[in-house]
Design a protein around this ligand. Sequence first.
Ligand code: SAM
Length: 242
Amino acid sequence: MMPSTVPPQPVATSPVAPATALHTPAAGPTDTAKTNPHPPAGPNRTPKGPDWWLMMRAFLTQGKRIASFAPSSRFMARKILDGINWATAGSIVELGAGTGPITAEMVRLASPKTRLVVIELDPTLCGRLRERFRGSPNVEVILGDATKFGELLAERGIPKVDHVLSGLPLPSFPAEVRDSILATAARTIASGGTFRQLTVMPLVYYKLYRRYFEAVRFRFVPFNLPPGGVYVCRGFRGAVNP
Ligand SMILES: C[S@@+](CC[C@H](N)C(=O)[O-])C[C@H]1O[C@@H](n2cnc3c(N)ncnc32)[C@H](O)[C@@H]1O
């Protein structure tokens, strides 16, 4: 009997999920991370050059959205992660991961069972992240808008995370967007967890974070370019701009 051949069927393509479609650059994030956490970088996503150059170039071309001209130092990465209980951490989300200095430190410290979800809007920086963490099965790199991280986590079946780490330039975001990110963080962080924000303007925004959180501790990091620090925040008070 002749084997029956099935003609190639049209592949159903789902529209890009709203969470990733909103606030996207012209190139537009794709949703391939849903099926493969480390899709190939692709022709326009194989960044050449060292991390400092990719950050510098992104800063020179995008300015405020990148907020820093250099990747965080190892000292900054250690400081933002200091105190996390890696034995119990089930999942951690990092917003605005850049070239991945903090992600790399998490990979070094975390158990392979801890799920690390990393979101970056810039396609070139995201390409670097995907190259860098391709060999780390517990890292999922998402090319997408971190202001929608609640939806991005929900799409992946993650209702709660132990900590939210943010490299986003939150103070320069419109107040209502900042409110929404912090309210999402408050909803998403499991009991006992923290919201951790890095900065390259030490203590300048302490009052801002105190408006949102009951308890804010600032950790200074002198060995960073430029010197900066980390706000570790607990006890969300509610959105400042309802
Ligand atoms: C100050 S850099 C921090 C990079 C990295 N975490 C580090 O410590 O070196 C801020 C990063 O946030 C990213 N970013 C800005 N807005 C974003 C958004 N809405 N969604 C995702 N990433 C964003 C920028 O592209 C940039 O990589």
